[in-house]
Ligand binder design. Sequence first.
Ligand code: NAP
Length: 296
Amino acid sequence: MSIDKTPVTVVGLGLMGRALAGTFLRAGHPTTVWNRTAARADELVAEGARLAGSPAEAVAASPLVIVCVSDYAAVRELLEPLGDILGARVLVNLTSGTSEGARQTAEWVTRQGGSYLDGAIMAVPPAIGTAEAVLLYSGPRATFDRHEPTLRLLGAGTAYLGADHGLSSLHDVALLGAMWSVLNSFLQGVALVGTAGVDATAFAAFAGPLIGTVRDWLPDLAQQIDKRDYTARDATIGTHLGAMEHLVHESESLGVDAGLPRLLRAMADRAVADGHADSDYAALIEQFRRPGRVDR
Ligand code: NAP
């Protein structure tokens, strides 16, 4: 059986770039690397990576070029001076950014004659190359298909989202938003129970299972949203709002920050004002779909 060992270049050897390059290297791909601070390549070079002397040399070395630097401005700063050297190459940008930045970068790479995939890494560097790592890609399907076996080395949770280059960054920010919301809600709870001398570890024993239960609600909630069926199944938004008032009151009277509780209450208040007091929680999506003034 022939095994594809496409030569790969990795530009950017921060914490993440080093994990990406190391994974390709250990899988037997000829790997060329470049980093602004060359010393960060030392360990990879010791493992067999080839250190390019310039970004141009690095890009020219492989048909598949991965870029992972701090932000899109750095990507453009690095690549724009290269001109049409990207032609006939596939650029995979795993730098975090916005959908607008991804679409603009795609236009620029396409003008240079190159092919572009935008990617988002939903994992930390130690998870790269494992079953846990989720990496999301968007751009031309044929380009993704051609390099999927190589890209899949970075994480078993590799997924193609669609031709619109903005999709991976859009999912990235949306998923990180969900992550921060869960973490901040947990911290809010820790602050509240902490006023009664309960420590975070004790609270986590209850919060963890609850978060798991809420996760299990998502498929049904998503179906209700997609069908715009807001018939209450268990508790109405009016009932939730009553409990949110308790959360705001406890936070204010116990002297912990009430900003997040007030935000939750404000969204539910708006839903009720829109006539959704008796609707299912799914109806709150209407409040998220439009901008509105939120009192904190
Ligand atoms: P990092 O350790 O801070 O590394 C940043 C990299 O960008 C370094 O290689 C740095 O070069 C390079 N760089 C920055 N500005 C540059 C410029 N103007 N020209 C050339 N190179 C430049 O960050 P990281 O953790 O590797 O993250 C890289 C990207 O992956 C970010 O977009 C991040 O959001 C994303 N990401 C990271 C994680 C994570 O857990 N670390 C998870 C998901 C996504 P020098 O070494 O010369 O400074």
